[in-house]
Write a protein that binds this ligand. Structure first.
Ligand code: B12
Ligand code: SF4
Length: 458
C-alpha cells in the first residue's frame, strides 16, 4: 500500500518564498504533522512525504498511491483543494486533517473523501485500515491524544534542504488569547511528552538546528516549569549537540535556573509574543501574562539574552485600540526592549478563534469569499476591517514599522551589540537580513493584494 502525505504550498507566504530571497532558506521549516502521521503508520504502508514548500513535484510522473493524506493550515487550504482534486480525478481517495480541516469541516468535506478532525494519534491507524478495505468514512474525530501516545516522528523521511529540524515536547495552552487557535484546537490542558521520548526523538534528528514547535515551551505553573527543567537537564546530559529555538511566554525570563538549564540544553533563541506595546492592547487580546504589574520588559529580555539566547518578539497591528502611528510605536517598543528580531503580523480572524466569532458577529471580515480568500489568511495581509485604520493606512503602519526596525543602521547596531556581548552575531545578522530582504517582496505583495481587495469590493 502506497501513501502520499502532502504539505501544500502557499506562494503568498513570503517566508517560504525561497527562490525570491536566498535568506529565506533559513526560515524553511519541516512539516512535523506529516512526520508524526508517518510515525503512526504501520510498516505495510510505503510512505512518501511531499513538502511543496521545498519543491512541487511532477505529480503525473509519480506512481499512483493508494491513499493521499493532506495537511493544511487555513492559508494552505486553496492549494490543498487543488492537490485533492488532482488525485480524486485519478480515483485516489484523499483524506485531509489538521487545523483547517478541524475548524472548517463542512467546507473540507465537500472537497475530499474523508476529514480527520483534531489530533490524529487515536484515529489514524483506523483510517488506514478502512482505506485498505476501501471503506473510508466521511468523518473521523481524533480528539485530544494521550500525550504518551505521540509517536517518535519519522525524521528520516524528509530529505535535506532544511536549515532546521522540528520537534514537539508539549501540546495545549491554557491562556486562550483571542486571536489564537491553539486552545480551541489542542485544548487548555498543558500536556507534556515523556522526557525520554523527547531525548530519543532529538537524537534521531539529523539537522544541527531544531525548531521546538511547542506553543509554550515552559508552560504556566510551577509544576510545568519543574518538568521543563528536568527535560533540559536530560537533554544536556544526553549531550545532544543541537542548537534549538522555541516559543515561550515572557515568564521564561523569571527563573535564572531555568535559563541556565535551557542554554545548557542548546537553547539559542526564543520567540515571544509581546502582541501590543500598550496595556490596553494586551487586555484586548487577553494576553494576561504580559500584563503582570511592574514587569520591566527590557530587563526581562536582557536576562534571557545574557544566556546567549536571542529574543524574537512578535506584535500585532490592527487591534481595536490601534490608531495612526502604531507602526512606529511598535518599532520603537521593540528597539527599547532590545529585541534581536521583530515579527509583526496583521490582526487576523482565524476560524475557530474568539476573534473570528467577534469579527463575524460585527460583520468585519472583509475578505470572506471562501475558499478563494483563505490564501490571504497568512497574517501578513489585512483581511479584516480595522476600527481606526483603513486598508491603506494599516498597510502603511506595517511598512513604517518594518522599515523603522529593519533600517540598515539599526541592524548594524544590533549586530554590533551581539558581537560585543559575544551573542551569536552571525545568526543575528542572517535573521535581520532575512527579514529586511522580505520588505521589498512585501511591497509588491501589498500592491497585488490591494488590487485584489479593490476588485472584490467594487
Ligand atoms: C510550527 C508552526 C509553524 C511553522 C510551520 C512548519 C511546517 N512546515 O509545518 C511555521 C513557522 C512555518 C508556521 C507558519 C505559519 N503559521 Co504556524 N504554527 C506552527 C505551530 C506552532 C505548530 C505546528 C506543529 O508542527 N504542530 C505539531 C504537529 C504534530 O501537530 P499538528 O500540526 O496539529 O498535527 C496534528 C493534527 O493536526 C493532525 N493532522 C495534521 N495534519 C493532518 C493531516 C492528516 C491527513 C491527518 C489525518 C491528520 C493531520 O495530526 C497531527 C498529529 O496529531 C502551530 C500551533 C499548533 N499548536 O498547531 C502554529 C499554527 C499552525 N500556525 C498558524 C499560522 C496562522 C501560521 C501562518 C499562517 C502565519 C504565521 N506567520 O505564523 C504561517 C503560514 C505557513 C504556511 N505555509 O502557510 C496558526 C494556524 C491557524 C489556522 N487556522 O491556520 C497556528 C495554529 C497558530 C495559531 N496562532 O493559531 N507555523
Ligand atoms: S498566543 Fe500563545 S499564549 Fe496565547 S493562547 Fe496562543 S499559544 Fe497560548
Amino acid at each position: 500500500m502506497r501513501l502520499y502525505l502532502i504539505n501544500p504550498s502557499n506562494p503568498l507566504v513570503s517566508i517560504v518564498n525561497v527562490k525570491e530571497s536566498r535568506w529565506n532558506r533559513y526560515r524553511l521549516w519541516k512539516p512535523l504533522s506529516l512526520m508524526v502521521l508517518a510515525g503512526l503508520t504501520p510498516p505495510e504502508w510505503e510512505i512518501t512525504i511531499v513538502d511543496e514548500n521545498l519543491n512541487v513535484p511532477d505529480y503525473p510522473a509519480m506512481r499512483l498511491p493508494d491513499l493521499v493524506g493532506i495537511t493544511a493550515f487555513t492559508s494552505q487550504a486553496n492549494r490543498a483543494y487543488e492537490v485533492a482534486t488532482h488525485f480524486r480525478n485519478l480515483g485516489v481517495p484523499v483524506v485531509m486533517g489538521g487545523i483547517h480541516a478541524t475548524m472548517r469541516q463542512e467546507e473540507v468535506m465537500e472537497r475530499v473523501d474523508s476529514v480527520v478532525t483534531r489530533e490524529a494519534e487515536g484515529i489514524w491507524p483506523q483510517v488506514l485500515e478502512d482505506a485498505r478495505h476501501s471503506n473510508l468514512k466521511r468523518r473521523y474525530e481524533g480528539g485530544l491524544a494521550e500525550i504518551k501516545d505521540v509517536p517518535l516522528a519519522r525524521h528520516d523521511l524528509l530529505g535535506t534542504g532544511y536549515a532546521f529540524g522540528a520537534i514537539q515536547t508539549t501540546r495545549g495552552c491554557p491562556l486562550n488569547c483571542s486571536f489564537c487557535s491553539v486552545t480551541a484546537f489542542n485544548g487548555a490542558k498543558y500536556r507534556q511528552r515523556p522526557i525520554s521520548d523527547v531525548v530519543r526523538e532529538f537524537q534521531s534528528i539529523r539537522e544541527k538546528r531544531v525548531l521546538v514547535v511547542d506553543d509554550n515551551l515552559i508552560g504556566t505553573s510551577p509544576e510545568h516549569i519543574a518538568r521543563a527543567k528536568d527535560m533540559f537537564r536530560a537533554m544536556a546530559q544526553a549531550n545532544l549537540r543541537k542548537e534549538w529555538v522555541a516559543q515561550a511566554t515572557i515568564n521564561f525570563a523569571d527563573d535564572e535556573e531555568l535559563l541556565v538549564l535551557a542554554a545548557k540544553a542548546g537553547c539559542r533563541g526564543v520567540f515571544i509574543g509581546f502582541e501590543s506595546p500598550t496595556p490596553e492592547g494586551l487586555r484586548e487580546v487577553g494576553k494576561k501574562f504580559n500584563l503582570l504589574k511592574g514587569r520591566d520588559l527590557r530587563a526581562s529580555v536582557r536576562r534571557i539574552q545574557r544566556h546567549n539566547i536571542l529574543v524574537v518578539g512578535s506584535f500585532i497591528i490592527g487591534l481595536d485600540i490601534d490608531e495612526a502611528g502604531i507602526g512606529n510605536r511598535i518599532a520603537e517598543a521593540a528597539r527599547q526592549y532590545g529585541l534581536d528580531n521583530l515579527n509583526v503580523l496583521f490582526l487576523t480572524p482565524l476560524p475557530g478563534t474568539r476573534l473570528w466569532d467577534q469579527m463575524k458577529s460585527q460583520d468585519r471580515i472583509a475578505l470572506d469569499t471562501f475558499p478563494q480568500d483563505w490564501k490571504y489568511y497568512t497574517l501578513t495581509f489585512p483581511v479584516a476591517q480595522y476600527k481606526h485604520l483603513s486598508i491603506d493606512s494599516v498597510i502603511e503602519e506595517m511598512i513604517s514599522c518594518e522599515r523603522g526596525f529593519y533600517s540598515m543602521s539599526h541592524i548594524l547596531q544590533r549586530v554590533w551589540s551581539n558581537l560585543w556581548h559575544r551573542r551569536q552575531p552571525l545568526i543575528s545578522l542572517v535573521g535581520n537580513l532575512s527579514y529586511r530582504s522580505n520588505l521589498r517582496l512585501n511591497g509588491k505583495a501589498y500592491a497585488d493584494f490591494k488590487r485584489y481587495w479593490g476588485n472584490r469590493h467594487n
